[in-house]
Design a protein around this ligand. Structure first.
Ligand code: ATP
Ligand code: MG
Length: 382
């Protein structure tokens, strides 16, 4: 098939979304010599400084999406919650990777879970609910649970933890979403993720798992290698590749997984784009997730995903800016530490403003370094 000819460096590629993921992917695309066009609802989006052209329009503006695609050899995205008509408007003009069907399946938590269940991928117990009474029934059946809105949530937003049927009832009303998913609260030992890169000709690679720690539903830090036993890591990698292939994802697919205390490996959720838990790929792997996405959508050879150096990242949320600007020079005095800032002007609590990365001789050392660097940002004696 001639449909898989490479899009050579020097061509123009488009991004739906100019947040930090779009910005870092755009930087990788620039390094390869591509020209970059971005669409984002925010005038001051982080990718603006990296793109040649930035279109400012809401996600529902299908005409703006078509305008982005005109002149692009391929278009990708950094956010899955884009209305289907806008995705279709892009796909009518230029190849969109991942494609409309894959993104549509993933963008709604209920639809995604039903798809995973129908394909017999391992999931924890859950129910899809459309009113408060059904939510109360689901909590009665599942026990302590998390009620999650089907659309619009990220970084733990749009989720309520409940113990009783009454709390379930109240949670549905509080979330004000037409559809929610109720998930049994799982006894998690370790959280991991696996990132898959896949091309239109179906060739794919899976990065070794990342080990991730969340606080209140938001990623705090991630480290690779994960330290999970080899057999389990291989199982997680083949599970992620199977999901990417069943969904026919071209580009990147991140699969968040739970390892339970009883040893079960379950899928938490999917993301068809670069993922916060693989920011350490810029330090650990010969090919970062951002360059890999560009390679995948441009039909270039996929790069090595081997871990050549242990690495870790620690997120920097807006809360850090509450009292003073963080002391970045202090953090950078620690060996192996780099500061990554996304150029966001307003440091709102909970907002991802940047991250720290570090390499090390071992994953423990890499993690110790980012944790120490994080503490160094706000020295206690000031
Ligand atoms: P993000 O956008 O950061 O990936 P999200 O808002 O989509 O997050 P989830 O991935 O559904 O949210 O949940 C965030 C975190 O909350 C998980 O990584 C995990 O730590 C915890 N969590 C989610 N679901 C469950 C569950 N069923 N049982 C126990 N803990 C859970
Ligand atoms: Mg998640």
């Amino acid at each position: 098939m001639s449909g898989h000819a490479p899009v050579p460096p020097g061509a123009t590629i488009g991004f739906l979304g100019g947040g930090q993921l779009g910005r870092m992917t755009a930087m990788a695309a620039r390094t390869l010599g591509y020209d970059v066009r971005v669409l984002d609802p925010e005038q001051d989006c982080p990718a603006r400084g990296v793109a040649t052209t930035t279109i400012t329009a809401p996600w529902a503006d299908a005409e703006a999406a078509a305008e982005l695609a005109r002149g692009c050899a391929a278009v990708t995205l950094e956010i899955e919650q884009i209305p289907r008509p806008s995705l279709e408007a892009v796909a009518n003009v230029a190849p969109l990777y991942p494609g409309v069907e894959a993104v549509y399946t993933i963008q709604d938590r209920a639809r995604q879970k039903q798809w995973l269940a129908a394909h017999q991928f391992p999931l924890g117990p859950f129910a899809t609910v459309m009113d408060a009474a059904a939510t109360a029934d689901a909590v009665r059946a599942l026990g302590p649970s998390i009620v999650k809105s089907a659309m619009g949530g990220y970084d733990g937003r749009g989720q309520v933890r409940v113990r009783t049927a009454e709390q379930g009832h109240a949670a549905f009303e509080q979330l004000r979403a037409p559809v929610c998913v109720v998930e049994a609260f799982l006894d998690i030992e370790t959280e991991i993720s696996v990132l898959v890169a896949r091309r239109a000709d179906s060739t794919s690679v899976a990065y070794p798992p990342s080990r991730n720690v969340h606080t209140d539903g938001v990623l705090t830090w991630a480290v690779t290698p994960s330290g999970v036993p080899d057999a389990l890591a291989m199982r997680a990698m083949s599970l992620a590749r199977d999901i990417a292939s069943a969904l026919d994802v071209v580009g990147l697919l991140a699969v968040e997984m739970f390892i339970l205390r009883d040893g079960q490996l379950l899928v938490n959720e999917l993301a068809p784009r670069p993922h916060n838990t693989y920011h350490h790929s810029e330090r650990a792997n010969p090919t970062s997730q951002f360059e890999q996405l560009v390679r995948a959508i441009c039909n270039l050879p996929l790069g090595s995903v081997e871990i050549v150096r242990p690495a870790a990242i620690h997120n920097l949320l807006g809360d850090l800016w509450t009292n003073a600007t963080p002391d970045f020079a202090n953090a950078m005095a620690i060996p192996g530490v780099r500061v990554h800032l996304y150029g966001k002007k307003e440091a709102r609590p909970g907002r991802k403003m940047g991250h720290l990365s570090a390499d090390g001789d071992t994953p423990e050392q890499a993690l110790d370094r980012v944790l120490e660097a994080y503490r160094a940002l706000a020295p206690p004696c000031q």
